[in-house]
Design a protein around this ligand. Sequence first.
Ligand code: SF4
Length: 298
Amino acid sequence: MVTPRADEGMHYEGNCIRPPSEAYSILLQVTLGCSHNKCTFCGTYKDKRFTIKDDETILSDILFASQTMRRQDRVFLMDGDALIIPQKRLVWILDRIREHLPWVRRVGAYANTKSIRLKTPEELVTLREKGLGILYMGVETGDEELLRKIHKGTSAQNLIAMGRKVVDAGIKLSVTVLLGIGGRERSLEHARATGELLSAMDPDYVGALSVMLIPGTPLYEEFRRGEFQLPDQEGLLRELREMIAHTNLSRGLFFSNHASNYLPIKARLPRGKQEALDQIDAALRGEIGLRPEWMRAL
Ligand code: SF4
């Protein structure tokens, strides 16, 4: 416990992760770790036990930001899924952001199906009215068998329902899907089921990342035992193509410009769908250069 002070710097602990689109945001760490922490491919928070940071530490960081980060007009609440914070405390955090950082236009956070389920529709609306403008959720796949295999802890139907709940509350929804998570065997099933899930959920943004094998994770061990094989470059491109072909968003942006991918795509759907497919076809024919292996990163 600390007495709130504006001159102590930010109290960051451990690995600090934020979505690429929050690169210039004020990063306010309000939780440590991820409340789920069981996905077989994820090594992000393995070193942290999930906790909510105390109010004094959070307020100290807000006060420090109020003196030093006056040009940043977005706040991102780290770590894993800040939406899991009980409503009263989350409202208190948003109120303190409004009070001390009045220039901030949008607050964002990670969420998962559990943290969304725990909020009523009315509570989500209250959070939006208090500044929560965007939630980021890892969908990974729409394939039920794969969701079980990677220990996502949820079903495709639940992902769709919780995604819709966020959209219906007027909060922007950005989701990530994982190219390669089905391995070579389930690559195209994964792509089709994920496209169908995205069409039913209709989020504002879809970011496609490629699976990277992280030593120490269960997926890495499967790979070492020869039970999991990543699709090659061509396989990943075909998977991306199949996924986009099956994705029908009413107005969303589908992008694969994350550093883990071989081919950066940015398509406003439905309008930009054919152009994106043509671009992938050109890459498959070798007419467009792919990101070299050494430049790929998480
Ligand atoms: S992928 Fe997301 S939900 Fe799964 S363990 Fe990692 S941080 Fe938690």
